[in-house]
Design a protein around this ligand. Structure first.
Ligand code: SME
Length: 155
C-alpha cells in the first residue's frame, strides 16, 4: 500500500500537539514517524547544545554517535548548512559516520527557529535512495512542529 503522506503528517501533528512538554513531544514524534514509515530503519532526534548535536530520543539500534560536533558527519553538515541533506548512498558520501552496517541512505532535517538550529531529525534506511521529496516535505513539516514545541526552552 502506498503511504498517505498527508495522513501521516496530520497524525504526527495531532500527536505532537497533545503532548504537554517538549521532551515528550520529541519522543512522540520519533515513535509516530517510526510506526508510520516501514523504510525508516533508525529514527532519532539530536538537540544542539554548546556547538554539539546531542542524541535525544531514538528508535533503532543504539548509535555510537551520541555527540556530534557541528560540521562533522551528515548530521553536522546539515546543522552547519542549516538545510535538509538527503544522501541516497551513504557509502559514496565521505561525510558519513556509520551507525549500522546495514544503512544505505539517510536524511537529516534541521529543526530551525528563525536562523538558529535547535536540533535535527535524523533518519537512516536500509534501502538505498529511500528518501524522496515527500519524505523531505514530511520531515521538514515535523521539524517545524517540534520547533514550536521547543520554542519555550532557553537552551
Ligand atoms: N550517520 C550520521 C551519524 C548518526 S547515526 O546515523 C545515528 C552522520 O553521518 O552524521
Amino acid at each position: 500500500m502506498p503511504i498517505d503522506y498527508e495522513a501521516v503528517r496530520s497524525q504526527i501533528g495531532n500527536a505532537v500537539r497533545e503532548e504537554p512538554d517538549a521532551s515528550r513531544a520529541l519522543e512522540r514524534a520519533v515513535s509516530e514517524i517510526k510506526a508510520a514509515m516501514p523504510d525508516y530503519t533508525w529514527v532519532g532526534i539530536y538537540l544542539l547544545q554548546d556547538g554539539e548535536l546531542v542524541l535525544g530520543p531514538f528508535l533503532g539500534k543504539p548509535s555510537p554517535h551520541t555527540r556530534i560536533p557541528v560540521g562533522r558527519g551528515i548530521c553536522g553538515a546539515a546543522a552547519a548548512e542549516k538545510q535538509t541533506i538527503v544522501v541516497d548512498d551513504v557509502s559514496a558520501d565521505e561525510r558519513y559516520l556509520a551507525c549500522s552496517l546495514d544503512t544505505r541512505s539517510e536524511i537529516v532535517a534541521p529543526i530551525m527557529r528563525g536562523d538558529r538550529v535547535l536540533g535535527e531529525i535524523d533518519i537512516d534506511s536500509d534501502r538505498a535512495a529511500a528518501f524522496g521529496g515527500k519524505d523531505r516535505a514530511l520531515l521538514e513539516a515535523v521539524a517545524a512542529m517540534l520547533s514550536e514545541k521547543l520554542g519555550g526552552r532557553q537552551d
